[in-house]
Design a protein around this ligand. Structure first.
Ligand SMILES: Cc1cc2nc3c(=O)[nH]c(=O)nc-3n(C[C@H](O)[C@H](O)[C@H](O)COP(=O)(O)OP(=O)(O)OC[C@H]3O[C@@H](n4cnc5c(N)ncnc54)[C@H](O)[C@@H]3O)c2cc1C
Length: 282
């Protein structure tokens, strides 16, 4: 038997979270896999489930002031059809899972699940996205990169719910995203790379590079990025081997059923080289 709460409003959900130890359930696409017990058996939940996927207050998309605010339980397919969602984010979302999972899976669930292979995370790190976290009597903003503290770990405290993600509309004119999986659909990332840059008159004004699934959390190094600002893209070729070497100490993948350490490292470096040597100079 699984016991559950189904609040009518966000405030009611926050009150339940305040009074009870519960497991928020948005789309359930991670939870139902993690808690499965085999054919014909109900999944096990150690605490009651708190359904939040139906709450309208958490399904809003708003844009303004150079930011897009996405409600935490917006399913991917809904976001793919919303014109306020940046095209660059849609490039990431369309590669997640399959249409059926995209009808249920949410950005909030992807963040709080905090998998090293969570596909929205490299994008959210690159754009310095913030998470709006609420409890029954308070709220706070925290960068997504600070909310995710390790595999399956977040900085959420008891009673807190992730209610929205706020993505700044960073100016860029170079974009490269590559997800490497076993097949085109329904495939978790073996690794991923996302790079954006603003290049004007052949000079780098801003550059951000994120690697997914090659360390406990997304790899992004601001110091390396800052060193590239002001550099001419035409002269980047000589610098690339040194930049790759710098990332070698940061990219520390595990070996699992999806692929080997060597594969994850090698392909990450080749994608980085492609971004710096080809995409930037376009
Ligand atoms: C077949 C299949 C393919 C998949 N493919 C991909 C893929 O390609 N890329 C990828 O990144 N993922 C993939 N996933 C994983 C999953 O679909 C995503 O991580 C999805 O975004 C999870 O969202 P959800 O709403 O279903 O999360 P849930 O399962 O509802 O929740 C996940 C976790 O987050 C917590 N949670 C959810 N919402 C909130 C909230 N608002 N506040 C606080 N805590 C919350 C839950 O308590 C739980 O711990 C796949 C899953 C399946 C089953």
């Amino acid at each position: 038997m699984v016991s559950a709460f189904r609040p009518d409003t966000l405030q009611e959900a926050l009150a339940i979270l305040h009074e009870h130890r519960v497991i928020p359930f948005a789309g359930g696409t991670d939870l139902m896999v993690q808690r499965r017990r085999g054919s014909g058996l109900l999944p096990t939940f150690e605490y009651p489930v708190l359904f939040i996927g139906h709450l309208d207050e958490l399904k809003e998309v708003r844009s303004g002031d150079g930011k897009v605010r996405i409600g935490s339980v917006c399913p991917y397919s809904f976001l793919l059809g919303d014109e306020r969602v940046p095209w660059s984010f849609k490039r990431v979302l369309i590669q997640i899972a399959s249409p059926a999972i995209r009808n249920r899976g949410t950005v909030g669930g992807n963040i709080v699940n905090a998998s090293p292979a969570g596909d929205t995370l490299p994008y959210l790190y690159a754009f310095d996205a913030e998470a709006l976290v609420q409890k029954w009597d308070a709220q706070r903003l925290i960068h997504v990169r600070d909310l995710v503290t390790g595999p399956g770990q977040t900085a959420l405290t008891p009673g807190e719910l992730l209610t929205a993600v706020i993505i700044p509309q960073v100016p860029f004119n170079r974009f490269f995203y590559k997800k490497v999986g076993s097949r085109k659909a329904n495939s978790c990332s073996k690794l991923s790379f996302l790079g954006i840059a603003l290049v004007e008159d052949g000079v780098v004004l801003d550059v951000r590079m994120c690697f997914g699934a090659v360390a406990p959390t997304v790899v992004r190094d601001r110091k390396i990025e800052e060193e590239l600002v002001g550099k001419e893209v035409g002269k980047m070729g000589d610098m690339i081997p040194g930049i790759v070497r710098t990332y070698e100490s940061l990219i520390k993948p595990i070996e699992d059923q999806r692929c080997t350490i060597r594969y994850r490292k090698e392909i990450s470096f080749r994608l980085l080289e492609h971004f710096l040597g080809t995409v930037l100079v376009l």
